[in-house]
Design a protein around this ligand. Structure first.
Ligand code: ADP
Length: 583
């Protein structure tokens, strides 16, 4: 394990007091409940461990490796880039597990089911999240040959996975998160759709229905579709596609679950079809993976990629290029520095070398550019920025391929003969739940949730905050007053406040005020240039109808999204975030 402290003459990290609290709680090395490293030491530890791979494996000299470590450190201390939480927590420490995302296979035998549960427990302990497809399990009430009994079906096994997760409290780091996916043509699909009807059931899972193109076509044409037995591959019944679609919509309207994921589209984007099909994603849905595959994520803070030029705020393309390329190199090194929880995962990951570079602070960037989220202009920025990141990331991955070789499964991949890449995928838009707090940036590509809000952090501590950009705007444009700030903190939004100029109201538009259509169009704009998928919540007002939700699914399909997560305000008892000062 790594010992060492950040040199005193290196720059301090630009952390807010809140960010320091978040880090101290869970991320810094501890002894007897006391942090034994500073956030700067943590960044130094991570930078050194990830840079030293180049000396160990790629023949780089000591001085060069040191210089690289300093570059890595600087981009973290600036808060321009942050790797996913497990990398911050575990690099250079005993656990050494650095990935946020895993997908494990669940095959249809007692041994294999319980192997998956055991492996998930090992992964949760290290701070990773697991996704599963339960589609291979035989349906409820089919016979079990060896005992003559009947099978209990995917949903009953999900409850066992859920209890196991509950019991493993993540080695004091995270609570454990799962994604459960069932194909829409599995005979138990109706049970699956309602399995989280009671919010207190299967709480450690997000669930998504795996939608197929065949199913969507049947919905459009108002026809029945076949239910397929996963063993024989034979049709064992039919359901009305519209009725099933309506049931999914009903439940999503009630409490946001299940989500949907377009399986055929995940596979259109599968870079290594020669290795098999993609059946599942990680817990928040942004990372489709093959069975036993893992991926490490990292995000660029777009809030800091804006600069003043001739008195105008513009995107700092030069810096964005530098940070993108350095981040790709960082994440490729993480693959080698990682200690995988299972031998098979080590093998699969190193065969494809997938990384997931994404962004946070997109809403902040728009604010600095004085652009409202719900506009054509914002969609254009989304496409332009993500296209740029994808292009620069590929240039760096090509450079790495020349130096270190292509990913081993390159032959037969979709890139074979097209471009030599070091990594089978490069881009993913993660939710950045914790790292955006560390960077004091808006999360992922989400709009502001509120202009002032209370946020519940991990173990129940709550923080009240007024968006610092708003405070700055208020001062710059002379409408600041402490009373106004208090008023906004209560309301959460600035919409309709006479003290706030109209154009500022538009620039600070919040998730609730943005129509689902604009939410989806932004998601689609990012998806267009993202190799993996985009984590995004489509917010609906409490008054939204089921037809509104159905419309959103159709639009997401039309615009080539890989999946969709909807949330109607107030539809769940416990919300992680709530607008205004609630506590
Ligand atoms: P962070 O900001 O902490 O790096 P994100 O919110 O971006 O993490 O989530 C990225 C991925 O990390 C999720 O999709 C999931 O795979 C994993 N993850 C997030 N939270 C948890 C958790 N509590 N337990 C296990 N895995 C998690």
């Amino acid at each position: 394990s790594f010992e060492g402290q950040a040199p005193k003459n290196w720059q301090k990290a630009n952390l807010t007091p809140n960010a320091r609290v978040v880090l101290e709680k869970r991320y810094l090395k501890q002894k007897d409940g006391q942090a034994t490293e500073t956030p700067e030491d943590m960044m130094y530890r991570v930078a050194n461990v990830i840079a030293s791979i180049e000396e160990e494996m790629y023949g780089k000299g000591k001085a060069e490796t040191k210089a690289l470590a300093k570059e890595f450190y600087t981009m973290m201390a600036n808060l321009e880039f942050m790797p996913n939480s497990p990398t911050l927590m575990n690099a250079g420490r005993d656990l050494g597990q650095l990935s946020a995302c895993f997908v494990l296979p669940v095959d249809d035998s007692m041994e294999e089911i319980f192997d998956a549960i055991k492996n998930a427990a090992i992964i949760h302990k290290s701070g990773g999240g697991t996704g599963f497809s339960f589609s291979r399990l035989r349906p409820k009430n089919s016979t079990v040959r060896s005992t003559g009994g009947v099978a209990s079906g995917p949903v009953s096994f999900m409850k066992v996975f859920n209890s196991a997760t509950e019991a493993v409290k993540q080695g004091g780091t995270r609570r454990g998160a799962n994604m459960g996916i069932l194909r829409v043509d599995h005979p138990d699909i109706l049970d699956f759709i309602r399995c989280k009807e009671d919010n207190k059931e299967i709480t450690n899972f997000n669930i998504s229905v795996g939608i197929t193109e065949v199913f969507m076509k049947a919905v459009r044409e108002g026809r029945d579709y076949d239910l397929i037995d996963p063993h024989s591959g034979a049709s064992v019944g039919q359901l009305s596609a519209l009725e099933v679609f309506d049931k999914i919509v009903d439940h999503a309207w009630k409490n946001g679950e299940p989500g949907i994921v377009f399986l055929d589209r995940l596979n259109e984007g599968n870079p290594t079809p020669q290795l098999g099909e993609i059946e599942a994603t990680n817990p928040c849905g942004e990372q489709p993976l093959l069975p036993n595959e893992a991926c490490n994520l990292g995000s660029i803070n777009l809030k800091l990629m804006v600069t003043e030029k001739n008195g105008k705020m513009v995107i700092n393309w030069e810096r964005l290029s530098y940070v993108t390329r350095l981040s790709v190199r960082f994440l490729d090194n993480v693959i080698d520095a990682n200690q995988y929880p299972l031998e098979i995962i080590d093998e699969v990951v190193k065969g494809n070398r997938k990384i997931g570079l994404g962004v946070m602070g997109f809403a902040d960037m728009l604010i600095l550019l004085q652009t409202s989220y719900a506009t054509e202009e914002a969609v254009e920025y989304a496409e332009k920025v993500m296209k740029f990141i994808q292009t620069e990331a590929r240039i760096e991955s090509q450079r790495l391929a020349e130096e270190r070789g292509t990913f081993p499964n390159y032959a037969g991949s979709v890139y074979d003969g097209v471009m030599k890449l070091r990594n089978a995928t490069l881009t993913t838009i993660a939710p950045t739940g914790t790292i955006s707090m560390i960077c004091a940036a808006s999360s992922g590509v989400e709009p502001l949730f509120a202009v002032a809000y209370t946020k519940t952090v991990m173990d129940g501590t709550s923080l009240v905050e007024v968006n610092p950009l708003f405070e700055a705007f208020a001062k710059d444009y002379n409408f600041y007053s402490p009373e106004l700030m208090r008023k906004i903190a209560e309301k959460g939004t600035v919409l309709g406040l006479p003290e706030v100029p109209n154009w500022v109201q538009e620039v600070f538009t919040t998730a609730q005020e943005i129509t689902p259509e604009w939410h989806i169009r932004i998601q689609a704009a990012f998806q267009k240039y993202t190799d993996n998928a985009v984590s995004k919540t489509i917010n609906f007002a409490n008054s939204a109808t089921k037809e509104d939700i159905a419309e959103a699914y159709r639009l997401a399909d039309e615009l080539n999204c890989k999946g969709l997560t909807v949330y109607r305000d107030g539809s769940r008892e416990e919300q992680v975030l709530s607008a205004g000062a609630s506590v």
